[in-house]
Design a protein around this ligand. Structure first.
Ligand SMILES: [Fe+2]
Length: 226
């Protein structure tokens, strides 16, 4: 199994952990750092509620939906999200919203970490090619994040030919829904920042960019590029 598969299946398809007699279930992934690891940029209380309450609710509601469709629950979540039209009407909304929420947050937690170095390797070249510089890249990410009306995400998506594009999505939609695999996404729901930043999404976006785990993102980019 390649690193790419490990990352995707490890985060997104914990379906196989359930008892064999029942529908497989997804579980809340552990944070790869302490709740206060991202202080002062992202506060521990926000992380506690965001991960322990919001993400847990997506997991619980996805499991309720998948319990009605045990065969579907055997598929990796990213495959369900890439082919929502094949999901029965009765649970399509739940898979889109709660399954999307689980997938998006599972990737998001891995994308963050204690501040250290910037992008490395192939990612550096693709950022320069696509945006001109790291500064211009982050400016465009912040602008795109500010432009999301209501709740949603801003995404960086490998675009072929060593280039990257920035996309946004409402609610818990994502590039997966369009059959693509995101490099990473930044959560711009108010629940990601309201306790510390209230309505100041621009301040949150500047802060969250200080705690992107570029080692993880750079390695994921190498894997997605293979
Ligand atoms: Fe969130």
């Amino acid at each position: 199994m390649t690193r790419r598969n490990l990352i995707i299946s490890g985060a997104l398809s914990a379906f196989h952990l359930g008892a064999q007699s029942a529908a497989p279930t997804v579980t809340l992934p552990k944070l790869p750092y302490a709740l206060d690891a991202l202080e002062p940029f992202i506060d521990a209380r926000t992380m506690e509620i965001h991960h322990g309450k919001h993400h847990q609710t997506y997991v619980d509601n996805l499991n309720k939906a998948l319990a009605t469709q045990p065969e579907l629950a055997k598929q990796p979540l990213d495959q369900l999200l890439k082919n929502l039209s094949a999901v029965p009407d009765s649970i399509r909304g739940a898979v889109r919203n709660s399954g999307g929420g689980h997938a998006n947050h599972s990737l998001f937690w891995q994308t963050l970490g204690k501040p250290k170095g910037g992008p490395a390797g192939k990612l550096v070249k693709s950022i320069e090619k696509s945006f001109g510089s790291q500064t211009a890249f982050e400016d465009k990410l912040r602008t795109a994040g500010l432009g999301v009306f209501g709740s949603g995400w801003v995404w960086v998506v490998p675009n072929g030919a060593d280039s990257l594009s920035i996309e946004t999505s409402p609610n818990q939609d994502s590039p997966w829904n369009a059959g693509k695999t995101p490099l990473f996404g930044l959560d711009v729901w108010e629940h990601a920042y309201y306790l510390k930043y209230q309505n100041r999404r621009a301040d949150y976006l500047a802060a969250v960019l200080k705690v992107v785990n570029w080692d993880f993102v750079s390695a994921r980019y190498e894997d997605l590029s293979k």
